[in-house]
Design a protein around this ligand. Structure first.
Ligand SMILES: Cc1ncc(COP(=O)(O)O)c(C=O)c1O
Length: 477
């Protein structure tokens, strides 16, 4: 039994210092940003049609760096170098820097051919951007349940959701866990579907030795500040398919502005011009960050392993097995550590447990507030305008309702405990503090249960109808 009264009941907290989670930044980011500024290079994008535009659109990321001009349709020098270094690191031909993973996902889906009325299969659990990216080109998200161990798409549920309108499967490798890529690739091949991977939370994770994001037709990474490596805001699309790369480059770069009159309708479909470019200074930061990818991922992995060990064997808390320890081809890189809570075994409501942890100085999350389809956009089908587009505009009969993905709802409503603080610069000593706080609350669960009626009154309902007392989770993921 750990000593002391629970902080929520008036005792001393395990921890009174905040956890420091921040990007791993040193002089190299600054050096490269200054290099870009020294080159007076801030965008250097050139957007007008040039006679060699078709050839430029087909250049591999490596070949694009050989062109000496500062001005380029594929971006300035830093952007092209970042693309080339990223492509080399991930073993792909084409890497396309963008301003965010959200826009990157929309571009990638459009580039593989998902357009108005096409259905795109999406897991029920992800950050909202995964689903809104599907709406970008008026495709229809079809939410599918997740596997109870990986929290990623359940292949059997994917197969069951396919209709004649299905165009693509948008896989999310949640929290750095890999979806079952063998099964999903098999389905996609048999049913003639495209695969786009949302690897925003899984940069560096692998399947059969190949990086997440390179396992389908196109993959997308996020460099938003909370991600394993960052550019402030930013993202990267990767592919080995020259046609997808060409289309993605056009969509992200004012598309129609550089197309001439001779293109066929299929070439033009979805090529509406936007500006989703990454600025030069962000690319400079990205180059320095890329060189730290292994170090930051090792940091997260080591902390996650330490925390796993500290949380092992507690009543009411289960740790899904690490994919690195299993016998699948997957090797996850934990973006956060996900544990599963069992209220009955603990004898306590999860909100109260999390509130007691918060009082001990340890913030734990309970996952996204609802399954993706629980947002009003889907439940009420209000996306574009007030008349139900893209559903009504495309005669879609896809419906959304509570209860449609029971595994996902069970995880979100009752079971998830997310520990965010495994990232740099938290230390193994910090992990020990988290574990100590969890053990303390577990040890004193009976006293907490006795105080529950009084404490429940202090918990405030969130706008999702859950109870919360603990600090809000970090980041936007
Ligand atoms: C799974 C997932 N997809 C997409 C995004 C969106 O990324 P971005 O913020 O770069 O647009 C995020 C995080 O923010 C995410 O966690």
């Amino acid at each position: 039994m750990s000593a002391g009264t629970l902080a929520i009941l008036g005792g001393e907290p395990v921890r009174d210092r905040p956890f420091v989670v921040e990007p791993m930044v040193d002089g190299e980011e600054e050096r490269l940003v200054l290099e870009a500024m020294g080159e007076k290079s801030y965008s250097r994008y050139i957007g007008s049609a040039t006679p060699d535009i078709e050839q430029i659109l087909g250049l591999t990321s490596d070949a694009a760096t050989a062109i000496e001009s500062h001005w380029h349709f594929l971006g300035g020098r830093q952007v092209r170098r970042f693309a080339s270094e990223f492509a080399a690191g991930f073993g792909v031909e084409y890497a396309i820097p963008v301003n965010a993973a959200t826009s990157g996902l929309g571009v990638a889906l459009a580039a593989v051919g998902a357009g108005p009325g096409d259905e795109v299969i999406v897991p029920a659990i992800s950050f909202s951007a995964t689903a809104s990216a599907v709406l970008m080109f008026n495709s229809i998200p079809v939410f599918v349940d997740v596997d109870a161990d990986s929290f990623c798409l359940d292949p059997a549920a994917v197969e069951a959701a396919i209709t004649p309108r299905t165009k693509a499967i948008l896989i999310v490798h949640l929290a750095g866990n890999l979806a079952d890529m063998d099964a999903i690739r098999d389905i996609a091949a048999r049913r003639d579907l495209k695969i786009v991977e949302d690897a925003a939370q899984a940069i560096g994770a692998t399947w059969g030795g190949a990086p997440a994001g390179t396992l389908g037709d196109a993959g997308v990474f996020s460099f938003q500040e909370s991600k394993n490596i960052m550019t402030g805001e930013g993202g990267m699309i990767v592919t080995n398919d020259p046609d997808i790369a060409r289309r993605a480059r056009l969509i992200a770069n004012h598309g129609e502005a550089v197309l001439d009159d001779h293109h066929q309708p299929d070439d033009l479909a979805n090529i509406v011009g936007f500006n989703f470019r990454m600025p030069e200074l962000c690319a400079a930061v990205g180059r320095a960050q890329l060189a730290k990818l292994d170090a930051v991922n090792l940091w997260r992995t080591r902390n996650a392993d330490r925390l796993r060990a500290g949380l092992a064997g507690l009543p009411g808390i289960t740790l899904p097995p690490s994919q690195r320890a299993g016998n699948t081809p997957a090797a996850e890189v934990p973006h956060m550590l996900i544990a599963l809570y069992d209220a009955r075994a603990m004898g306590l409501d999860r909100a109260l447990f999390v509130a007691a942890l918060g009082a001990e100085g340890v913030a734990a999350g309970t996952g996204y507030p609802r399954p993706l389809y629980g947002a009003p956009t889907y439940l009420r089908k209000i996306a574009y305008g007030r008349r139900g587009c893209p559903w009504t505009c495309n005669d879609s009969t896809v419906a959304y309702h509570r209860g449609q993905c029971p595994v996902a709802e069970g995880l979100l409503d009752e079971r998830f405990l997310w520990f965010y603080h495994i990232a740099y610069s938290s230390t193994e000593a910090d992990m020990d503090d988290i574990a100590r706080a969890v053990v303390k609350v577990v040890d004193h669960r009976e006293a907490l249960a006795r105080a529950a009626p009084r404490l429940q009154a202090a918990l405030r309902p969130t706008d999702q109808g859950r109870l919360a007392l603990a600090p809000a989770p970090l980041g936007n993921d």
